[in-house]
Write a protein that binds this ligand. Structure first.
Ligand code: 1HE
Length: 263
């Protein structure tokens, strides 16, 4: 991979099949300027085929302070709509991209930063994390898919409260509410996410693709259509040679068993 330019807004490191992608604008708390958003999008689109999972994190003490408010110009309604579409496209490519993305959360996960985090597939939060949607007090609305994705994690009533009152959830409350699947110790986020990413990268590519692309679509369908689509995806996925090899390896005692977690 080409080494990033010194002034790059996105920093990439690779470790085996995992790319660690950092929002690299710590002086501005990784606020998402258009330039940063576009660079993040381009970086994720151009990952080499050898990369099977991504760890997304923020340089400095914060994950992301959301939309760069200094760029909120005197937009017309149409400009604002196109700007929101730009975010939608970029975040859709994360949710429905080629490889799973694991976000490491710390410090501010605010506004568009929370929208970005919610486009990832797994969130690992450190105790410094706080979640907020200050859009109401800024006179704006979410525009990066937050009204679609965030209620799926924590429900419409909690999102309504956050947006209307500016309520801030700390790491513990956010974990209980459903923002993050993992709450880890201070300074442990990256290592934890890397370990998860390595596991994910070791899965069958077709299973990962089905989990990323089919699961959220099936979950949004009515029962009859969902079960039909599930049957099709199950058939396609298990017909793959990789699936056959993995099942054979288990039956031949050459694959891991499922174990109860320790203590
Ligand atoms: C920024 C931004 C930003 C920081 N846009 N410049 N997001 C917000 O409403 C969050 C606004 N930010 C904050 O509440 C705080 O900055 C933080 C809690 C994130 C961090 O606080 P702190 O004390 O560590 O840092 P700071 O001193 O406030 O900020 C450091 C610098 O970053 C400072 O610039 P400087 O030139 O004075 O050094 C800040 O102005 C700058 N900065 N956050 C621009 N967001 C698609 S729709 C999405 C809608 C939204 O995302 S709305 C939520 C926007």
């Amino acid at each position: 991979m080409k080494p990033p330019a010194a002034a790059s807004l996105v920093h990439v490191e690779t470790a085996g099949a995992v790319a660690r992608v950092a929002l690299n604008r710590p002086a501005k708390r990784n606020a998402l300027s258009d330039a940063l958003l576009l660079e993040l999008d381009a970086t994720l689109r151009q990952l080499p085929e050898s990369i099977k999972a991504v760890v997304l994190h923020g340089a400095g003490e914060h994950f992301c302070a959301g939309l760069d408010l200094s760029e909120l110009r005197d937009l017309s309604a149409a400009d604002g709509m196109f700007h929101s579409h730009l975010w939608h496209d970029a975040f859709n490519r994360i949710q429905f991209g080629r490889v799973p993305v694991i976000a490491v959360l710390q410090g501010a996960v605010v506004g568009g930063g929370l929208e970005l985090a919610c486009a990832a597939h797994i969130r690992v939060a450190e105790p410094s994390t706080f979640y907020a949607l200050p859009e109401g007090s800024r006179g704006i609305f979410v525009g990066g898919g937050g009204s679609v994705r965030i209620p799926k994690l924590i429900g419409v009533p909690r999102v309504t409260d956050m947006m209307l009152t500016g309520r801030v959830y700390d790491a513990q409350e956010g974990h209980q509410a459903g923002f993050a699947q993992y709450l880890v110790g201070a300074g442990q986020g990256l290592a934890h996410a890397q370990a998860l990413a390595e596991k994910v990268a070791g899965n069958s590519a077709l299973s990962n693709f089905s989990i990323m692309h089919a699961l959220p679509r099936i979950a949004a369908q009515n029962q009859s259509d969902g079960l039909f689509m599930e049957a099709m995806i199950a058939g396609i996925t298990q017909a793959d040679q990789d699936a056959k090899d993995r099942m054979r390896a288990f039956l031949d005692h050459g694959a891991n068993k499922v174990r109860k977690p320790k203590g």
